[in-house]
Design a protein around this ligand. Structure first.
Ligand code: NAD
Length: 308
């Protein structure tokens, strides 16, 4: 087992991956931030005469994410200098560097098949005894690691951070039946003592604790909104500052989370419930229409609101 986490890797540099990398950098942990190699060149890259083999292109997703997080408000970094603790890269050229990491956090899209594949690839290179975790919002932690080695499974668990990771205190830790109890306890202590989180252990049930309640609450709000013919702004003024939630009104939260991610999370519960409950966890048609248009929220520049 690792004695202490000195070097970490975050796989997936989106909304949460970049935030988790900043959280680790803020406490002085050397962090490798990897994302996939983009399929296409951007117009700007073409104009610069770059090719798909150039590092600038191959590392673009992690680089752009980090640049965006330096501009993000509220700031993910306690000091801009902390960005120096982060090294960016991609999952093809820098995968072998995972060998040197004490903790690897998977933060890719909320899709079981993609997560399974990423974890199997991590299993091939990680050092024995290193900790691996998933930031899934609610997919079964057991299912995503079922094809991995025994050592992997014993050191694997869910570490579910909330958005934005620097500011939200809750950290759900989800051990499976195979996770060594000492690893779960180590990550609880690490989460509390090093990262300053409030840790709860959650069972490996669909959407764990907070998202099971949160998704339900949000979709009930939307159902009532439709019945009462309220608009987005009206719902946000009723569910935001007026009831003591200055920054977390319903649709503003959805823009921060990402509507695509929210839809995956709701679908995950949908698959595990029956009857009336199923109806509740169905994404309403107006949100489906937004998904089709790519109106995912802040990360897409537009969702319920335009990016501020
Ligand atoms: P996102 O869409 O912002 O980012 C996902 C990133 O994963 C993208 O940059 C994408 O290029 C990358 N990716 C996709 N396939 C990959 C692969 N095979 N290897 C490496 N990178 C890959 O999503 P997000 O909101 O950051 O969510 C990531 C995870 O965190 C999901 O499991 C999600 O459910 C969970 N989560 C999200 C939130 C939230 O508020 N958005 C909160 C808690 C947990």
């Amino acid at each position: 087992m690792v004695k202490t986490i000195r070097k970490a890797a975050v796989i997936g540099s989106g909304v949460m991956g970049s935030g988790i990398a900043a959280l680790l950098a803020n406490v002085g942990i050397q962090t490798l931030l990897l994302d996939v190699v983009p399929n296409e060149l951007t117009e700007a890259e073409k104009k610069k005469g770059l090719s798909k083999d150039d590092d600038e292109v191959r590392n673009r997703l992690a680089k752009t994410s980090l640049e965006q997080s330096l501009k993000r408000k509220p700031a993910p970094f306690t000091s801009k200098k902390n960005v120096d603790f982060i090294t960016i890269g991609n999952t093809e050229d820098h995968w072998n560097e995972l060998k040197t990491c004490d903790w690897i956090v998977e933060v890719v899209v909320e899709n079981l098949q993609v997560k399974k594949q990423v974890l199997q690839n991590i299993d091939k290179v990680r050092k024995k005894g290193s900790i691996v975790s998933s930031n899934t919002s609610g997919i079964s932690v057991h299912d995503m690691s079922e094809e991995c080695s025994q050592d992997f499974k014993e050191h694997f668990l869910g570490t579910h951070f909330f958005n934005p990771p620097r500011y939200l205190k809750l950290l759900e830790i989800i051990p499976t039946k195979e996770t060594k109890p000492a690893i779960a306890q180590y990550m609880k202590d690490f989460g509390e003592e090093v990262l300053g989180k409030k840790v709860v252990f959650a069972k490996d049930t669909p959407n764990f604790i907070a998202n099971r309640i949160g998704t339900y609450g949000l979709l009930v709000t939307v159902r009532e909104m439709n019945k009462s013919q309220l608009n987005v702004g009206e719902v946000d003024s009723l569910t935001g500052p007026l009831i003591g939630r200055p920054k977390s009104a319903t649709f503003r939260t959805l823009d921060v989370v990402g509507l695509d991610t929210f839809a995956h999370v709701a679908h995950n519960v949908f698959q595990h419930v029956d009857g009336e409950e199923r109806e509740l966890f169905t994404i309403p048609p107006f949100m489906e229409a937004m998904l089709e248009k790519g109106l995912y929220g802040s990360k897409a520049g537009k969702g319920f609101y335009k990016k501020e």
